[in-house]
Design a protein around this ligand. Structure first.
Ligand SMILES: [Zn+2]
Length: 301
């Protein structure tokens, strides 16, 4: 790997310096560094120099990026959107490999070097989206670190065979086990989370659960998630995506949940959508909960 000398940049906003990169790592910073014979030299023009950005929650496999505009005319219920999306992708022959590559490159061009993507696993598409996304991960492995979540977007219990597909997905290269609204989508939160955490425990994988459920319903699911995290010794291995309920609850109930999340190392991932109440960032920070940001779906159905 040739060396790279970047002149006149401001690391994390500090005063302008030159930065010498050798073997992919910063070897030296300082004023007017001399360029090694093999080094490529770039003029930074006084720009800000930051570490690569981390995308905490997206769906590379779903995107219609670069395709025709899709007009979504389905109902407002989450399950309507889920059914519509699955049917569209099935009928249109949507190519998860090609589409995930296009969006991953768009992330990369804007400075993202690590991302976590939730990939749909369901009994209609099987592991097609996973295979496509794994191909993209392989293609970009030198420049972009992609962490893949096997995600039961159509529910875990409602469509028999989904749990087995999730296990296969983990065996075939998915890094993390995903989950979804155990009350609102699965209708049986205890069984849903027992199945989910059972798979995670057997495969010793982290879990990342989409929790869109509002208010008391979401708080109940979150409680069950925290219980299982503790019982299985999965501290530091569980993430809750969205956690909208935390934006609905009264302060005392919310803060009690946040304190337990902090204690169990349960991370909160938010895309801060304007259409929902979201977990208040300052309260999360105060409680010591790690909060990560993500773009979620980008131009999907
Ligand atoms: Zn999502």
């Amino acid at each position: 790997m040739p060396s790279l000398l970047i002149r006149n940049v401001r690391p994390m906003g500090a005063s302008p310096v030159d930065v010498l990169v050798r073997d992919g790592r910063i070897a030296e910073t300082g004023a007017a560094l001399s360029a090694p014979a093999d080094a490529a030299v770039e003029e930074g023009g006084g720009a800000l120099l930051l570490p690569g950005l981390v995308e905490g929650h997206t769906h590379l496999d779903k995107t219609l990026w670069g395709m025709d505009w899709y007009r979504n005319e389905v109902g407002t219920n989450l399950i309507d959107k889920i059914e519509n999306e699955r049917a569209f992708r099935h009928a249109s022959g949507h190519d998860a490999a090609a589409q995930s590559l296009v969006l991953a490159k768009a992330f990369l061009a804007l400075g993202t070097t690590r991302l976590r993507t939730h990939v749909d696993v369901d009994t209609q598409a099987g592991l097609r989206h996973l295979e496509g996304t794994l191909r993209t991960r392989q293609t970009l492995r030198e420049v972009l670190q992609i962490q893949v979540v096997a995600f039961p977007q159509s529910g875990l219990l409602g469509r028999p065979g989904t749990a087995e597909l999730l296990e296969q997905a983990l065996a075939q290269g998915a890094d993390v086990l995903g989950g979804l609204d155990p009350c609102a989508i699965d209708g049986d939160p205890v069984r849903s989370l027992d199945v989910l955490f059972g798979i995670a425990d057997r495969h010793q994988r982290p879990v990342d659960i989409h929790l869109h459920e509002p208010g008391a319903m979401g708080a109940f699911s979150l409680e069950l998630i925290l219980q299982r995290t503790e019982a299985l010794g999965m501290q530091g291995k569980v993430a809750v995506s969205h956690g909208f309920c935390l934006g609905d609850l009264g302060e005392r109930e919310r803060d009690a949940l946040l304190a337990r999340m902090a204690r169990l190392g349960v991370v909160l991932v938010t895309s801060a959508p304007p259409s929902r109440s979201v977990p208040p960032l300052m309260a999360c920070r105060k409680a010591g909960v790690t909060v990560l940001g993500g773009n979620d779906g980008i131009r999907d159905t």
